[in-house]
Design a protein around this ligand. Structure first.
Ligand SMILES: NC(=O)c1ccc[n+]([C@@H]2O[C@H](COP(=O)([O-])OP(=O)(O)OC[C@H]3O[C@@H](n4cnc5c(N)ncnc54)[C@H](OP(=O)(O)O)[C@@H]3O)[C@@H](O)[C@H]2O)c1
Length: 313
């Protein structure tokens, strides 16, 4: 089968021919139709995450995929050939940038009938991160939310889904994005947008109960925007976030990391929102499998609006 692979950290991304894998007891072999790119793919390949997220080399990168079941191990027979499925692959080694991928049953979810492969591939990693950041780290209820929520990076892969999830829960949503993306982010449900490049963009804003930061950096400047018991969570929990977390014991405002825990139940929550017409995946760009390196260049630019997709079939 065809796959994209790198043999060393910071090495070339090559199209290779490798044997089609065979599922073990609790695995399912999926023919990949569409995969999606996430920044973690190229961050891992660069070697910069090797201490916290090492890969086994050579590595076929990519975590998100949507496709069709072709075979299942003896413990995974509830996934039958022909089933349309999607997942954020478990483990640390990806595997989605190939014609076929081995999937664990813990994160594999049947696609809703009405869902297309592009939506199904764009949703898992970014959607679960947004969901877990808002609900688990910031305590936003999924129904009847009254919180004022600020999404920093409201146009990105995680942010554009976070805007919609918070809005569907009932929260009041303000999104931080550039002026060029303000209309799109408003169309996704944000009641207010803030252009981060404007002079003093945050002056005079009423306080927020929740800040979900999908851009990263120092949490410090965001904390004065919170209500006294407000919560700040970052999807890029670097040293400054970790340092601020040390103060959680003595401050009412809490700083939390978002560290995605893939699971089929949360993907099913996202599928439900999508089926109800409350969540859609905005497509930034599409690439073929052999052009994965170009897709990574686009992702690395930090300018993607929504999700970058890779069509494999
Ligand atoms: N911890 C976890 O489990 C986890 C899970 C998922 C993602 N992440 C991390 O979370 C981050 C976001 O992921 P992603 O997939 O959403 O990335 P992404 O799609 O590449 O984000 C790109 C978006 O960020 C916006 N942006 C850039 N700088 C901004 C700023 N200063 N203020 C507001 N918006 C800004 C860009 O809009 P403009 O062009 O308009 O600036 C663009 O739309 C990445 O670092 C990723 O690695 C972590």
């Amino acid at each position: 089968m065809r796959a994209m692979q790198y043999k060393s950290y910071a090495g070339a991304l090559d199209l290779v021919d490798v044997p089609k894998p065979t599922p073990s007891a609790n695995q399912v072999l999926v023919q990949v139709h569409v995969a999606s790119v996430n920044p973690v793919d190229w961050k891992q390949a660069s070697g910069k995450l090797r201490l916290v997220m090492p890969v086994k080399l050579p590595c076929v990168p990519g975590y998100d995929l949507a496709g069709v079941v072709v075979a299942a191990g003896p413990g995974a027979q509830h996934f039958t050939p022909g089933m349309r499925v999607h997942t954020r692959l478990g483990g640390l080694n990806g595997g989605a940038s190939a014609e076929f991928a081995l999937c664990g049953t813990d994160t594999l979810t049947p696609m809703p009938e009405s869902m297309d492969y592009e939506t199904a591939a764009g949703l898992p990693l970014a959607g679960m991160t947004a969901l877990q950041g808002l609900r688990d780290q910031c305590g936003m209820p999924m129904l009847g939310a009254t919180e004022r929520v600020l999404i920093v990076g409201g146009s990105g892969g995680v942010g554009h889904l976070a805007v919609q999830i918070a809005r569907s829960a009932g929260a009041h949503v303000t999104a931080v994005c550039s002026a060029g993306n303000a209309q799109l982010v408003s169309d996704l449900g944000a009641q207010q947008t803030v252009d981060y490049r404007a002079p003093s963009p945050y002056a005079g804003l009423p306080p927020f109960d929740i800040v979900l930061d999908c851009v990263g950096g120092d949490p410090g400047p965001w904390l004065p925007l919170l209500t006294p018991n407000g919560r700040y969570a970052s999807t890029v929990p670097g040293p400054l976030v970790m340092a601020r977390m040390l103060l959680n014991a003595v401050t009412a405002r809490k700083v939390r990391p978002v560290l995605l825990k893939s699971n089929a139940a949360d993907l099913a929550v996202l599928d439900g929102l999508a089926q109800a017409g409350k969540l859609r995946v905005v497509v930034d760009s599409r690439f073929t499998l052999d052009k994965l390196a170009d897709a990574w260049v686009r992702s690395r630019s930090g300018r993607a609006v929504g999700k970058i997709l890779v069509s494999v079939l």
